[in-house]
Structures are given as structure tokens and as C-alpha cells.
Design a protein around this ligand. Structure first.
Ligand SMILES: Cc1ncc(COP(=O)(O)O)c(C=O)c1O
Length: 383
């Protein structure tokens, strides 16, 4: 069946007791067992170890990504952490995209490095640099593509081949494109990670995460960490995300078309210094973006002439676009990564990887594109 049919129906069956078409929110701590000998006969024991509403979402996301199983987490960061704890131990080494969500960088440099794990932040857009970074103790390569916030793309198949040769797990943060546009497991990766907070939910209503694995062994390793650390998704969040997923492809197509129109408008504007959107022919990795994904997504960034000061004036004055963290929602958001999402990345590192001070990130929403462009136009006039 096609993606849009599966995003609606996968994982969900009418409630056997009532016929409710939506999976109920199973708000319970524990599950009564019929007898000691029949312990777990209905599949559930305690809500840290499993919940039917969360399970419905896991089955749906696994179907969409094409894995063997999915484990949902309380946040996207808990999902990233789950992968790192599942596949790394003291003395191990991991290679991480040098451009990635600031929280991923913080987790590596400020938390896991305290436990004897070594990290190299490599330019995963250059497979040779990844090969050069591999050591005997490399156990994990984490690629974020397109990367937050510069949109740098990495070749998933090429890095999967490097990881396989090194006997390392290749995890891809697929948050920006979702399985509708990009399926890392089909391209050779082992694990696909999501902040479901973003496009899966799509309505700025929740925070959540998910990890979809290629093998049962990998998925069980991730599940073990989730249960041991208690970093679970709540049934309410799972329920809202289940509803959000049903319109994923429709939202992605519409928001991506909006993003293309916004990017083209900005590229032609005399007050704009540069624009980056994978769908633009001017995007440095346009061909790679086209080859490994079936759409370009709805994230973009630009810099106005006059740099940071001019950019701040624009972000402070713009109408309709909300100045906020988060991305992927139906509401269009404008973000200044240097002070917001990537504030924990040191300035020298930001400068090294191209997260420039004047970078203005756009999460293009579902509004009428004429209104989005009119709001940008008005704000640019004031710059
Ligand atoms: C690409 C990416 N991965 C992971 C995360 C972390 O997700 P969460 O905020 O749900 O913890 C984010 C958050 O912005 C993100 O953009």
C-alpha cells in the first residue's frame, strides 16, 4: 500500500472492546495479570515497559520507515541518547556530523564524554573525512542530514558503507525529511532517529522521539536502554502524534512547495545576502539532495545584507512568522540558531562549521504562501 494509506492505517486497529476507530489513550500504570503462570499473556506488565497507545505509534512509525521495530522516547534528545547508550561504552569512539542539532553536540561534549566515550565531529558531507576519522574503537557514526541548521547534506549510502566496513552502527537523524521523503534504512543505514516533536506531530503540541532499527538485535538494545533509563513517551503524546502522522505526506508536500516559493522569493530579493534551500539549483548539494530523497523538505535559511544586526531587526519585526524554537509544525517559525537552538555550540566551532551569526532559520508552515511572502517582504523593507 502507498505511504499515505499506511500513515493513516498502519499500527492502528479498531478498539476490540468498543469499536473506537481511534486507539484509546491507555492512561494506566499497571496491567492486571490473569495468574502468575499467565504473566505477560496480554503483552503488558507496567507502563514504563510498554503501553498500547505508544505501541500503536511505534508500529506505525516502523511501518513508514521500513525497519524491524520502533522504540518511542519522551523527546528527540532521549531518542538520540538511547542510540548512544545502546551502541557506545566507555573506551569507544563515535563520529558525529559536525553540523547537527545543538542538543546532540551538547549531549556528546558535556555529558557522554564524562563517561569515557570519545567523539569526533567530522564533515560527514565528505565521505573521505569520515573514513579518515574511523579508529579501531569506532562503534557509531551519527549522521544528521539535512543538518540543523545549515542544511548540509550527507550521502547516507556512502557513509553506511564506511560504517559497515568499520563494523560500526550507522544512525541517521531523519527528523528534517521524515520517511515520506527519505528512508535511511533503505539506503544502508542501521538506525533512523526522529524528534517526533517536529513533522510527525506537526502541530506544535508535543515533544517526543523515536528510533527505528534494521535488526531485532539493534532494536532490543535500544529498548533495553529505554526501559532501564525510563525515558518513555507518554500515552497522550503518542495519541496526539498518531493523529499528526495521518496527514504527514500532505503537510510535507504542501509545506515543501511553500518553502520552495519562499526560497525563490528570498533569492531574488536585493536585501538578501544568501539563501540555502536544498531545492534551489544554487544549493551546493542540490544533486545529492535530489538523489537520496524524494522531496526537499520545508527547512531553509537565509542571511540579510547587514548581517546579525539587520537580521535581528527582521526577526523582531516580522508578522505571521513566530520567533520560536521548534520546526516542522503547520505554523511557520523563524529562529536564530546562534542565540536559540545552537547556543551551546562554542562560537569557534559554530564559525568552523558555518553556523554564522546572521543565519536566520525558517521552518516553513502550511499557511497561504502569499501571506508568508508578504510578511517577509514587509519585514525586509524595515531592515
Ligand atoms: C534534527 C534534530 N534532532 C533532534 C532534536 C531533538 O529533539 P527534541 O527537541 O524533541 O528533544 C532536534 C530538536 O530540534 C532536531 O532538530
Amino acid at each position: 500500500m502507498g505511504f499515505t494509506t499506511r500513515q493513516i492505517h498502519a499500527g492502528v486497529t479498531p478498539d476490540p472492546q468498543t469499536g473506537s476507530i481511534l486507539t484509546p489513550i491507555y492512561q494506566t500504570t499497571t496491567y492486571v495479570q490473569p495468574s502468575v503462570d499467565e504473566y505477560l499473556s496480554k503483552g503488558y506488565s507496567y507502563s514504563r515497559s510498554g503501553n498500547p497507545t505508544v505501541r500503536a505509534l511505534e508500529l506505525k512509525l516502523n511501518d513508514l520507515e521500513g525497519g524491524v521495530d520502533c522504540v518511542c522516547f519522551g523527546t528527540g534528545m532521549a531518542a538520540v541518547q538511547g542510540v548512544m547508550l545502546a551502541f557506545l561504552s566507555a573506551g569507544d569512539h563515535a563520529i558525529i556530523s559536525d553540523v547537527a542539532y545543538g542538543g546532540t553536540y551538547r549531549l556528546c561534549t558535556k555529558v557522554l564524554s564524562r563517561f569515557g566515550v570519545e567523539f569526533t565531529f567530522a564533515d560527514t558531507a565528505k565521505p573521505d573525512e569520515v573514513t579518515a576519522a574511523v579508529r579501531d574503537n569506532t562503534r557509531l557514526i551519527l549522521t544528521e542530514t539535512p543538518a540543523n541548521p545549515t542544511m548540509k547534506c550527507s550521502d547516507i549510502a556512502a557513509i553506511s558503507a564506511i560504517a559497515q566496513k568499520a563494523s560500526a552502527v550507522h544512525a541517521v537523524d531523519n527528523t528534517f525529511l521524515t520517511p515520506y521523503y527519505q528512508r535511511p534504512l533503505e539506503l544502508g543505514a542501521d538506525v533512523s532517529i526522529h524528534s517526533t516533536t517536529k513533522y510527525m506531530d506537526g502541530h506544535n503540541a508535543t515533544v517526543g522521539g523515536a528510533v527505528i532499527s534494521k535488526t531485532t538485535e539493534q532494536s532490543e538494545a535500544v529498548r533495553f536502554i529505554q526501559n532501564s533509563t525510563g525515558s518513555i513517551m507518554s500515552p497522550q503524546v503518542a495519541w496526539l502524534t498518531l493523529q499528526g502522522c495521518k496527514t504527514l505526506s500532505i503537510r510535507m508536500d504542501h509545506q515543501s512547495a511553500n518553502a520552495m516559493a519562499v526560497a525563490e522569493y528570498l533569492e531574488a530579493h536585493p536585501k538578501v545576502e544568501q539563501v540555502r534551500y536544498p531545492g534551489l539549483k544554487s544549493f551546493p548539494q542540490h544533486e545529492l539532495a535530489r538523489r537520496q530523497a524524494s522531496g526537499f523538505g520545508a527547512m531553509a535559511w537565509f542571511e540579510v545584507k547587514g548581517g546579525l544586526d539587520a537580521g535581528k531587526r527582521l526577526m523582531d519585526n516580522i508578522e505571521l512568522w513566530s520567533l520560536a524554537e521548534n520546526l516542522g509544525s503547520v505554523e511557520s517559525l523563524i529562529t536564530h540558531p546562534v542565540t536559540m537552538t545552537h547556543a551551546d555550540v562554542e562560537k569557534a566551532e559554530r564559525d568552523r562549521v558555518g553556523i554564522i551569526d546572521g543565519l536566520i532559520r525558517l521552518s516553513v508552515g502550511l499557511e497561504d504562501v502569499e501571506d508568508l511572502i508578504a510578511a517577509l517582504d514587509q519585514a525586509l523593507e524595515q531592515v
